[in-house]
Design a protein around this ligand. Sequence first.
Ligand code: PLP
Length: 406
Amino acid sequence: MSQAPSLHFDTLAIRAGQHRSDECEHGDPIFATSSFIFRNAAEAASRFMDNAPGNVYSRFTNPTVRTFAERLAALEGAEWALATASGMSAIQMVAQSLLRAGDHAIVSANVFGSTVSLFDKILSRCGISTSFVPMTDLSAWRDAVRENTRMMFIETPSNPLCEIADVPALAAIARDAGCSLVVDNVFCTPALQKPLTLGADVVVHSATKYLDGQGRCLGGAVVGNDPKIQEACFNYLRTAGPSLSPFNAWVLLKGLETLHVRMRAHCENAQALAEWLAGHPAVAFVNYAGLPSHPHHGLAREQQSGFGGVLSFEVVGGREGAWQVIDSTRLLSITANLGDVKTTITHPATTTHGRLSDAERERGGITQGLIRLAVGLESVEDIRADLARGLDALVQTDGLVGRAMP
Ligand SMILES: *Cc1c(COP(=O)(O)O)cnc(C)c1O
């Protein structure tokens, strides 16, 4: 770290991790180079044998990537961060660093779809077994612990129901079980939540979402304090090579500079929309932890400094009603991505959660009338007007209002 850790978040987001070269550049340069040269054979030998610090090869040492990692570590209040090509490769890296054949992981049932597939379909082939448990049921976590449990994994707030995990309570269960608690911090980013200070051992990021914030590139990171986990992850990165490109690292650095400002604006827009939706006659209920009626509102206040940009709501009329609202939009983007300045609208039951069985969907609370919004930074009045078109039409559609929920 080139800056004193006493600096504030907004300052670190702009200045941490920059090591100016002899060219005295003001901005962060892109080191578009795969390899680095050595002054002589002896220096090459000591770099390769890890006896001397310095750059070797961009699979595991690149100055632009290092600046991104150091800046993110500073924002999470962590000792170290390692950048990866995507969020999924970050999760793969931490799983393969903490787990080996014969080990067991406990994963919350409502994590990102590809995370479920990673544990269920890929890590299972390496002899790693996984139990999926409801995130907010602490006794289910305790009951799922086995002698060979080495890792617990959560994503909080959850998608799309905005449930909040009790991170300190889960950290205590992990400590008792002698295993590591990993938190996917994509939805809050360190601007709103710092899981390491709540007792988590490792944080993972899909930098593709809010860290970039403008839908431009993929990236990921693993963040932590434990030097043993750092060494295991670094050896994995160096050998398996899920490396972030210097160009993408530079894009993500630009994203971090405005992270705090953007997250505050995402929260403000989402809060305003959640309150408006909760009062609309075509909306049965709204899932957003910023609403005092949300069952985890108090917990979210304790753990987070904001409630995030994602919310979901149930419309009357089941799938037909939800599709009508989605198809009536002209401004919002119909896509499953999130963490962008553009607001996106999704029907989880037929897209992100479409491959689940009806029973699985029901257990997960993914009803046919549920719509997810990843609220962007357009004028909240324009977003509201775009949603009102379909919602108002639903109220006017004879027989839809008051029909039993699907
Ligand atoms: C998108 C996402 C991921 C995966 O990240 P990629 O960058 O798409 O690989 C993991 N977790 C969460 C919560 C996500 O939203």
